[in-house]
Structures are given as C-alpha cells and as structure tokens.
Write a protein of this length. Structure first.
Length: 261
C-alpha cells in the first residue's frame, strides 16, 4: 500500500511539474498563425481584425495568463522573446482599441498623420497589457524590460510601434530557439531599406533613421552606431564607414502600418 501511495504521489508530482513546465506555448503558435493571416510585408489588416477580434483576443489572453513564477523559471532567451512579442502585441492592441484612429486635438497632434498611433492620447504610457497581475505600458516594456533587462540594441529592429518608420513587423513570432538569427535578420533588413539607411560614398555621408539617434546610448554601449552598422551593412558599404563618416537624420514616418494604404 505504501509503495502504491508513493508511486501515485511521485506520478502526480511529475505530472504537475510537466504541466507547469509546458503551460506556456513557447512556439507562439497562435501568434504565429495570427501574423501569417493578417500581416503582409509588415502591414497589418486592422480593419479585418477589428471585425473578428476573437483570434487576437486569444493571443492576448495567452500572454496575460503567464505567472511571474513561471516567467522567472525561463532562460534569458525565452524572456527576451516574450517581451518582444508582448511589445508588438501591445502596439496592435492599442491600435485596435482605437480603430479607426481619429485625429486628436492639440498642437502635438498636428505634427503627426491623422491615422498615426501618435494620435492616441498618452499612447506610450497608457496601460495596454496586464502581465503578472500588473498593468504595463509600451514604454515600460521597451525601457524597463527590454532595454535595461537585455541591453541588446537589436531589439530596436524587432519591436514595432505600428508605424511605417518602424522596422517591418515580422510575419512570425520571436522564439527563443532562433531569436539570435531573427534579430540579426531584422537588423539586416532594416539597414537594407533605403528609407532607413542610405550611404553616399562620394560624400561619405550616411542618411539614417532617427532610431539610431533616439537610442544612441544603446548602440554606444556596443561600440557605437558606426561599429554596429559595419556588422550589418553590405560589405562594400561597411568597408567605407569610419568615425569620420557624416550622419544625417531622415524623417520618421508615423503613418499607421496598415494594409490598403
């Protein structure tokens, strides 16, 4: 009898541990499918999602169901993938909660397109997700969780603030087992986009997205903007870049990254 009790107890303990270990889907299958269905060339079909929001609501629910105890048991790569996906999900949620976006009142609203995420009042600091029982904003995810937590400037090419000036929204979820390759690919894609990166060899001048200016501190910690770019720019361009290369800042397009533009 005792052996039977011990066996059942051991079985239940193993079962509980297994269920806990795999409670969260680190393959992000639902988020993957959502992106595959509703994102094309980085553009999102917000109007269609708004008509049938159940699929997206399930993606949000899965994210918000993660407990702090569960999260803390993960390796760094899983944590980083979680927060990158959370940011992108949060940005889409803000848009859907306010879609179709209408122009706000005030002088600051005049600086942005009528359909911009910037028209949503206090969008960066407004709570958008409830994670580990706490309301969090996009700013908190970006600044506190990602920038401070991982100190990897490649995150700036993965998190997407629902704008054309942002990196392209990847049509797959970020996943721990291929996160490094995904981040490298995002950086290369960003630098391969003329509206984000152009080099005039005759004038030794770079025309860059202001992302490199806004988050210069993050790049400086990894050797500086030029050093970072040399790792991802085409070889013939990278070989010409130096500390004497002049940098000009491009305009940032805050138009919504929606399909049918």
């Amino acid at each position: 009898m005792n052996n039977t009790v011990i066996s059942i107890g051991t079985f239940l303990a193993i079962l509980f541990t297994s269920v806990s270990a795999f409670a969260f889907d680190h393959s992000y299958s639902d988020w993957d499918q959502f992106l595959e269905r509703h994102v094309k060339n980085g553009l999102v079909d917000y109007s269609e999602i708004k008509k049938s929001p159940a699929e997206f609501e399930e993606v949000v629910r899965e994210l918000e169901d993660v407990t702090i105890k569960e999260y803390e048991s993960w390796p760094q790569s899983r944590k980083m993938a979680f927060w990158i996906n959370a940011y992108n999900i949060g940005a889409i949620k803000h848009v859907l909660d306010n879609y179709p976006i209408k122009k706000s009142f005030g002088l600051s609203a005049l600086r942005y397109p009528a359909n911009s995420i910037q028209q949503i009042p206090d969008v960066w600091n407004k709570p958008v997700l409830n994670l580990f029982g706490k309301d969090v904003s996009l700013n908190e995810i970006e600044k506190e969780r990602l920038r401070k937590g991982f100190k990897d400037p490649r995150i700036h090419f993965a998190i997407v603030c629902a704008s054309i000036g942002c990196p392209v929204l990847r049509e797959e979820a970020y996943k721990a087992d291929k996160l490094d390759a995904q981040l490298n690919d995002q950086a290369k894609q960003f630098i391969d986009t003329p509206s984000k990166f152009r080099y005039d060899m005759d004038k030794d001048t770079l025309s860059l997205s202001p992302i490199f200016k806004w988050f210069r501190e993050d790049f400086e910690k990894k050797g500086g903007v030029i050093s970072f770019l040399k790792n991802y720019a085409p070889r013939n361009t990278a070989s010409k870049l130096s500390d004497t290369t002049r940098i000009k800042w491009q305009d940032y397009d805050w138009s919504l990254n929606e399909q049918g533009r």
